[in-house]
Design a protein around this ligand. Structure first.
Ligand SMILES: Nc1ncnc2c1ncn2[C@@H]1O[C@H](COP(=O)(O)OP(=O)(O)OP(=O)(O)O)[C@@H](O)[C@H]1O
Ligand SMILES: [Mg+2]
Length: 455
């Protein structure tokens, strides 16, 4: 198992979970606050350089929200805040600045917001064309406290502008994969004036307040397309039937053909970003979203979570030379194998490892064929771009054994529940066989390569 069960969302009471957990499925309005520009900074992608441009898109009536601020309204930035965060951390820890009137509680904008799978990002159900807001929520979920670190929040729009630029200049990503990148197009960052001066203070105290506005998925979808997070494919209904099995039935395809389409929709953009640009997303079940055509056949991929979860090659590549300084400073660097690890663990071990036996049990697709189809998709990409041959060696997805990522180890052995000055990294310990190589099945017409069984 990935993580000790029932030990997430630490800080949420039962009542909090009933109100604010995604499975409660209750859209609720979020309150807004105003923060004086002495404490807050705004950033936006081109076209949203000024906060007024963002507020004009995101709010029905920005002046109504600002009414409480009086003549100095222009000195303040506005942002939504999670009521739990306001009550638990902002009121107690920002009390001096609330008292001085530099942080001012405002009414809600009235739009109902639905928490998504990550608990702290909210979809606007009244205006689906408006942004998803990602908010700091000081609960410990999976590995980290879910704050918004200052440098990353400031840099989010710059990272987005750069990533969208890469995608838009690359015809393969843009026109063939038609990969959807949910841009983090604007942010407000509020640094805590005292904690920021204390290097050894636990990191969660440096990520308490702010907001990121992220493009919503709906407007990117073509008529009839539907989208589901990759994690949804692992769900089984109370009737015992897996969603994936239902989708396969609806598609009218054979299980193997549908699975091949799933890989053809999800793998090529991830492989292209890795091999061509030395860049990985963290394509786990919550960040990767599968887009389906009207027959529930997987057709393309949407990805989110950039400034937090995009990693670059530590080894310099010409494609990364034009990286803007602001982006270079904030994105983490990883060794080539470290980059592959995001695909291996986030996707193969975190999602496909569970999907394979589920499909075997419910649709009869043998697990060995599942992995052979995945391998075939990677090789298909490699055949398409032979000029990237050196990169296939550098970012070698076909190593016989891969690192074992074990989040339980962080909790039970390494970090426990202690405070730490820096965000922890997911623990690695030992290795597991790489199913891409370990499964010795040849598909019809598959070329004769890389089928050495793991030792
Ligand atoms: N199937 C899943 N796979 C991964 N994470 C999941 C899943 N379901 C829920 N989660 C939660 O989603 C979050 C994933 O972490 P991640 O850093 O990708 O997101 P985030 O930055 O908190 O928010 P967002 O993705 O909205 O930007 C964690 O809080 C994790 O517990
Ligand atoms: Mg995420």
């Amino acid at each position: 198992p990935w993580i000790v069960p029932n030990k997430g969302r630490i800080g949420f009471s039962g009542t909090d979970a009933a109100r604010w957990a995604p499975e409660a499925r209750s859209p609720r309005p979020l309150p807004w606050i105003a923060v004086h520009r002495r404490l807050a900074e705004y950033r936006g992608v081109p076209g949203l350089e000024r906060p007024e441009q963002l507020y004009a898109r995101e709010l029905d009536d920005v002046d109504a929200l600002r009414a409480a601020l009086g003549p100095d309204a222009g000195d303040y930035l506005l942002l939504p805040v999670h009521p739990w965060q306001w009550d638990e951390t902002i009121l107690p820890l920002f009390a001096p600045w609330i008292a001085s009137g530099e942080i001012v509680p405002l009414p809600s904008d009235g739009d109902p917001r639905l928490p998504q799978q990550s608990i702290r990002s909210f979809f606007n159900t009244a205006h689906p064309e408006r942004c998803t807001v990602k908010l700091p929520l000081s609960v410990l979920n999976t590995l980290v406290w879910r704050g918004l670190p200052v440098e990353r929040t400031l840099a989010a729009p710059a990272v987005t502008a750069w990533l969208l630029g890469l995608r838009d200049a690359d015809p393969y990503l843009r026109d063939e994969c038609r990969v959807i990148l949910l841009g983090e197009i604007a942010s407000v960052t509020v640094d805590h004036p005292l904690y920021r001066e204390l290097p050894e203070a636990p990191y969660q105290y440096k990520e308490l307040l702010g907001a990121i506005w992220r493009q919503p998925l709906g407007p990117f979808l073509d008529g009839g397309e539907r989208a589901r997070t990759l994690a949804a494919l692992l769900q089984t209904g109370s009737d015992g039937r897996a969603l994936a099995a239902e989708l396969i039935d609806r598609s009218g395809l054979l299980p193997g053909d549908w699975t091949a389409r799933l890989f053809a929709a999800t793998m090529p953009p991830l492989l292209h970003f890795l091999y061509r640009y030395g860049l990985v997303f963290s394509p786990h079940g919550e960040n990767a979203i599968v887009v389906f055509d009207p027959s529930d056949v997987p057709v393309r991929l949407a990805v989110k979570d950039f400034v937090d979860d995009v990693n670059l090659s530590a080894q310099s590549l010409p494609e990364l030379h034009a990286l803007p300084a602001e982006v270079a400073e904030v994105l983490l660097r990883e060794s080539p194998q470290g980059l592959c690890q995001f695909i291996h663990s986030g996707l193969f071990i975190g999602v496909f490892r569970y999907l394979a036996p589920l499909l075997e049990a419910q649709t009869g697709l043998p697990e060995t064929e599942f992995w052979a189809l995945l391998r075939a998709e990677v090789l298909r990409y490699q055949d398409r771009f032979p000029e990237l041959g050196e990169r296939f060696e550098l970012f070698d997805l076909f190593r016989p054994r891969i690192d074992r990522l074990c989040l339980n180890r962080n909790r039970l052995l390494l970090d426990g529940y202690q405070d730490r000055p820096h965000r922890p990294h997911a623990a690695r310990h030992g290795t597991v066989p790489n199913a891409l190589v370990a499964v010795d099945v040849r598909l019809p017409g598959q070329r004769d390569r890389i089928v050495t069984p793991a030792p």
